[in-house]
Design a protein. Structure first.
Length: 230
């Protein structure tokens, strides 16, 4: 069953990537750090860099950070903030910018397991301070993942996942964006996880980013605690 699911996912991923080459597949790069202060509290920092062509026509970057509070094994609260910069199309970081924005965002994550499947629901409210004024936005993401492989140190090294996220506001036309992601994760060690995926983004009449197809490359690093033993 695991081999079948892995084969199906790999086929879908590379089929999408191959077909997207005719529409100039962009890149979506993620570098994430997390530090677990205690069983309840952790801190994170993340930066992203995106391009509208394959490592060309860079048009977007962001950096953000925040704090997570684990209510229990199935509920997590987050408070984050960051800077989000979008440039015009046609080259690398073309001026003037389409958007220069600071965001503050509370978030709720609900987790559930059905057999080997992991289900995640993410609710986020964004308070957005931009050059064009203040705006609100609300996001909901539903994700399903399947970890597999020989378990080591309590974790399985591989994971396939699919998620879909919708973006909407409290002003017309209300609906702003839909973001669909297929991803494969490899947990290289206790501290490092790599991700590769395909993301399709559809935008409806907004200019803070451009909807396209992207190759996603991510690296997630858990900062280990210093040992207190001598």
């Amino acid at each position: 069953m695991k081999q079948i699911l892995s084969t199906i996912f790999t086929f879908l991923l590379f089929t999408k990537i191959t077909s997207a080459q005719t529409i100039e597949l962009g890149t979506w790069n993620i570098l994430n750090f997390k530090y677990e202060h205690s069983k309840k509290i952790s801190f994170f920092a993340e930066t992203q860099l995106r391009s509208l062509k394959f490592y060309s026509n860079f048009h977007y970057y962001e950096y953000k950070g925040g704090i997570n509070y684990k209510v229990n094994k199935d509920v997590k609260l987050t408070l984050g903030s960051g800077s989000y910069q979008t440039y015009k199309e046609g080259g690398n970081f073309v001026l003037p910018k389409n958007n220069d924005e600071f965001r503050l965002w509370p978030q709720l994550i609900l987790l559930q397991s059905i057999g080997s499947l992991k289900i995640e629901q993410r609710y986020r409210a964004e308070f957005r301070f931009a050059k064009n004024g203040y705006r609100n936005r609300f996001r909901y993401r539903l994700g399903i993942s399947y970890p597999f492989g020989k378990e080591k140190n309590g974790d399985k090294p591989y994971q396939i996942s699919i998620s879909d996220e919708i973006f909407f506001t409290d002003n017309e036309p209300f609906f702003e964006r839909n973001r669909l992601l297929f991803a494969f994760n490899y947990k290289h060690s206790q501290t490092t996880t790599f991700q590769i995926g395909y993301l399709h983004q559809f935008d409806y009449k907004i200019n803070d980013e451009t909807g396209r197809d992207f190759l996603v490359i991510g690296c997630y690093y858990d900062i280990p605690k210093k040992s207190t033993s001598k």
